[in-house]
Design a binder for this molecule. Structure first.
Ligand code: PEP
Length: 253
């Protein structure tokens, strides 16, 4: 039985004090929630402080990215074991900003996914097409390719530590949300691909989040779709007043 999973990707926002305050507020309102999974992804320099605030709650913490190596001469990078060391349970990999702003390739993302899983980090793998690709009728091909490549080296037994976030690039931070039907169609495609790559049980158990301008006023409809199992939230995740109603929308389904 899939459990809804609502996650807040704080990106490069909030200073240390603001991060801790948001974590404190979330702990107060949603820290005891167990009916769905909740995680937050602070900037890496504040992960430890946020973990300290959220200890003894059910809200998990994760990193927004990691390197393929555990250590070495990779200036500015953070490794999986380092994320684990400061208290992370999760890591986001393949976010569209990593792909499109920082030029991360499918191969690099695939290497990160297998490293994260072997480091014991649960992984949110982000996939999604650009507007140009959607308009060219290539949504399914692009998304399927991204999923297939990223999971190339992943064993079926590790798939329970993988969440996929379908995030159409044209919907991220733009205020344009995929319609519930568009989201459900993309998610259903991903689920049937997973059935082909692994098996029916793995596909049925896979949590697929939608991401792209999820807000309190569209969350219930999106989360109510059969194949939408949660949300990866950017902008609306930066304030308890907008993140908590998204969690509540999931709880009230
Ligand atoms: C994201 O960055 O993953 C995201 C979905 O952002 P937003 O909710 O702001 O569109």
């Amino acid at each position: 039985m899939r459990k809804l999973f609502v996650a807040g990707n704080w990106k490069m926002n909030l200073n240390g004090e603001e991060s801790c305050l948001l974590a404190k507020n979330l702990k107060k309102t949603s820290g005891n929630v167990t009916a769905l999974n909740i995680a937050v992804f602070p900037p890496s320099v504040y992960i430890k402080r946020v973990c300290d605030v959220l200890k003894d709650s059910h809200i998990a913490v994760g990193g927004q990215n990691m390197h393929t190596e555990s250590e070495g001469a990779f200036t500015g990078e953070v490794s999986g074991p380092m994320l684990k060391d400061v208290g992370c349970e999760y890591v986001i990999l393949g976010h569209s900003e990593r792909r499109h702003v920082f030029g991360e390739t499918d191969d690099f993302i695939a290497a990160k996914v297998s490293k994260a899983l072997s480091d014991g980090l649960k992984t949110i793998l982000c996939v999604g097409e650009t507007l140009q690709q959607r308009e060219a009728g290539r949504m399914q091909e692009v998304v399927s390719n991204q999923v297939e490549k990223a999971l190339e080296n992943v064993d079926k037994n590790n798939m329970n530590d993988v969440t996929i976030a379908y995030e159409p690039v044209w919907a991220i931070g733009t205020g344009h949300t995929a319609t519930p039907d568009q989201a459900d169609e993309a998610h259903a495609n991903i689920r049937s691909l997973i059935e082909n790559l692994f098996d029916a049980d793995t596909a049925a158990e896979l949590v697929i989040q939608y991401g792209g301008s999820v807000k309190p006023d569209n969350a219930a409809e999106l989360l109510g779709q059969e194949n939408v199992d949660g949300a990866l939230v950017g902008g609306a995740g930066l304030k308890a007043e907008t993140f908590v109603p998204i969690i509540d929308a999931g709880l009230n389904l």
